[in-house]
Ligand binder design. Structure first.
Ligand code: SAH
Length: 479
């Protein structure tokens, strides 16, 4: 999530950034063997493999104590609600939870999840995203949406869906930028897919929404954005967005927040990395003693790559939620028409070990005070492509291309020039910096402030991919 960093990271943090495994081949015999209880070297079923700094060292731990609860009476009373909740799940289940379950609870637990009760964005928050860097980002995404709408034959009614809209900045800039294009604006019904009530409220404010009684059957409340006179509705999931209309879907930095399962290659084959609680009431990683349900997704993911790619890796991350979401989204686009734009940081191939935690613009330990730091993982664009193609023969997938190519082809340079002609000196400075951050690469060459605060370019770390109904042809700027 270099992407999300406002400032340059410490050298220690950089070690986390080069997370793609470069370890030499370990298991030449079989490309892919699963952690299986039929293999002779497996430990007894009531023991788990603990992950330590040196992965070769494993110890067996008697897990039966986890079934006898009161051990936790020495639990520190300073535990947050979320920490108590996580420990409760582990305790009552009598065993560790997957990294994905941990990530989901940490980010979106309805009472205490990281996103649920607060605004985590910007310099005062934990991380910054492209729409918060510059208004030009939302405007360019708006240009993309309008071009697609034209390719769709200018339908009179369109659902414009944003997945995980954060503060609502991207959508506000998109609407302001597109407000002159009356026919496009009049066609839109905006659907914000957001699980956080606090962020829904912020989005409502950002879009300057007024609530009104709905005229649509089954919807009792509706809002209208006074920025552009467009109806706006909120939903917790994509499935809740009504079907039956051509749809344009935007997912910026949404996929990276979806929970990932982590697998590690060991003597027993591939085992899932899990999270447990020690006797001293601390979280720690362990390996699952037997195959887990998520192994099915690992097998599916690995079918989509050549075996040499898997052979190189000792760790693999899979994101079933991303695969399932893409399937749903592609089916919808295949049936209703339209397209989706996914922009995120990630790889166009299998991701090894990218999960990271960021608090106040600094990398922290994933297990440290969960709920107080953002967790995110690299997006596996290749798996999105395969999931979309599997879902529907009526969609085509384009990209990924870098954010710099995407914005450059949409002529962001013309936009920055136009804005620079009508602004004050201090605004010019922030426009230039914002422009560079969106399309630049590495450390900002013009930076004269403290080295550790030098802005980092998002131009090549972030990638854009489009999934469109084949009827529309190839979307701009993926030709
Ligand atoms: N797109 C925004 C915010 C990215 S952060 C930007 O670029 O600034 C991720 C966003 O997705 C947040 O709004 C978060 O609350 C939301 N989110 C995360 N997981 C979600 C889920 N499972 N369902 C719905 N929204 C989710």
């Amino acid at each position: 999530m270099l992407r999300k960093l406002l400032f340059q990271q410490t050298p220690k943090a950089y070690r986390f950034l080069s997370t793609q495994s470069t370890l030499p081949l370990r298991n030449k015999g079989s490309v892919f063997s699963y952690c299986s209880s039929s293999q002779p070297e497996i430990p007894p079923s009531n023991s788990i493999e603990q992950l330590q700094d040196q992965p070769e060292k494993t110890i067996s731990i008697d897990r039966s104590g986890l079934y006898n609860a009161p051990e936790h009476s020495h639990e520190p009373s300073t535990d947050s609600e979320l920490v108590k909740h996580l420990k409760g799940i582990i305790k009552f289940r009598g065993g560790p939870i997957s990294v994905a379950e941990y990530m989901e609870e940490v980010l979106t637990n309805p009472k205490a999840g990281f996103y649920i009760n607060r605004d985590v964005f910007g310099a005062e928050g934990d991380f910054i995203t492209s729409p918060e860097v510059s208004q030009m980002f939302g405007e360019m995404v708006g240009v993309w949406a309008m071009c697609l709408w034209e390719q769709m034959g200018q339908p009179k009614r369109v659902n414009l869906v944003e997945l995980g809209p954060g503060r609502g900045t991207l959508m506000a800039d998109l609407l302001r930028g597109a407000s002159k294009f009356k026919i496009f604006m009049e066609s839109l019904h905006i659907h914000m897919v957001e699980c956080s009530p606090a962020l829904q409220k912020l989005q409502h404010q950002k879009l300057k929404c007024m609530d009104e009684d709905s005229t649509t059957e089954g919807v009792d409340k509706m809002s209208r954005s006074t920025l552009a006179g467009t109806p706006v509705s909120w939903h917790a999931t994509l499935e809740q967005v009504p079907t039956g209309l051509p749809t344009i879907i935007i997912a910026h930095e949404f996929y990276d927040a979806l929970p990932v399962h982590q697998f590690q290659r060991g003597s027993r084959g591939w085992c899932e990395k899990m999270i447990d609680v020690t006797e001293a009431s601390l979280f720690r990683f362990v390996l699952s003693p037997q195959p887990t349900p998520a192994t099915l997704y690992l097998m599916k993911r690995c079918k989509w790559v050549v075996s040499e790619e898997v052979e190189k890796l000792n760790q693999i991350e899979v994101c079933p939620r991303a695969m399932d979401l893409t399937y749903t989204l592609a089916k919808r686009i295949g049936t209703d028409g339209g397209g989706a734009l996914v922009i995120d940081y990630g790889l166009n191939g299998v991701v090894s070990d990218s999960l990271q935690a960021i608090r106040k613009h600094k990398f922290v330990n994933i297990l440290d005070n969960p709920g107080s730091a953002d967790l995110s993982a690299y997006v596996d664009f290749a798996s999105i492509k395969h999931s979309a193609e599997e879902a529907s023969d009526d969609v085509s997938v384009h990209g990924p291309i870098t954010q710099s190519q995407f914005l450059g082809s949409l002529r962001i340079n013309f936009r920055v020039e136009a804005l620079l002609q009508n602004c004050k000196d201090e605004q010019a400075e922030s426009l230039r910096t914002g422009y560079w951050r969106l399309v630049g690469d590495g450390e900002a060459p013009f930076w004269e402030g403290p080295e550790e605060q030098a802005p980092i370019g998002m131009g090549t770390r972030y990638m854009a991919m489009a999934i469109v109904n084949k009827k529309q042809g190839i979307p701009i700027p993926f030709q």
